[in-house]
Write a protein that binds this ligand. Sequence first.
Ligand SMILES: Cc1ncc(COP(=O)(O)OP(=O)(O)O)c(N)n1
Ligand SMILES: Cc1ncsc1CCOP(=O)(O)O
Ligand SMILES: [Mg+2]
Length: 205
Amino acid sequence: MTRLRGLYAITAPELTPGKELLTACAQALAGGARLLQYRDKQASPALRLARARQLRELTHAHNALFLINDDPALALACQADGVHLGQGDTPLSEAREMLGAEAIIGITCHASLALAEQAMAEGADYVAFGRFFHSYTKPGAPAATVELLQQARSAIALPRVAIGGVNADNAPALINAGADMLAVVHALFGAQDIHAAARQLAELF
Ligand SMILES: Cc1ncc(COP(=O)(O)OP(=O)(O)O)c(N)n1
Ligand SMILES: Cc1ncsc1CCOP(=O)(O)O
Ligand SMILES: [Mg+2]
């Protein structure tokens, strides 16, 4: 079974305040998330390192992949499996040099096949398109269409992530259009029952 497939949970510490972050992530992983990304735009560097180390242990216990958003140095420090980079983040080549050939590096491509082709040529391990729907987490992210995902299926020979407003109702259309992973924040960590929400999304794969 390929490693880069399934539910990709992305943290939102503001939705799970204080020490509940670890519990919330444990519920998402127990519900079937195969990848977890630590995304935290607010905590101090020291708190981010402490949280990343805890989440690293937790993902090991669930045999899930662990990626860090934005920050290859933090990924290195906590021995994450990789990093997710946006177009304005550290260049892929620099992150690859820091983390090595085995690291998983994912790249945001918004709604652009050209960006995905570039990421592929530069050695990315997956590409991410979106946002596909209204996103509570990042409402201003550039919009992508399901048709783009269908085009990417034949044009981009890398695992493809769909992100942005993904929930259990709209997820099947994204999987049918060629999404290998569904990256979810609000429909997961904003749910009353995180475990049930994760299971519902994970069972679609
Ligand atoms: C899986 C995945 N896809 C896209 C993003 C967005 O990354 P980026 O464009 O760098 O935006 P921020 O997340 O940093 O606000 C992501 N984090 N993960
Ligand atoms: C980080 C990011 N990039 C594009 S949309 C998005 C947020 C996804 O969160 P949600 O699942 O709550 O829409
Ligand atoms: Mg980023």
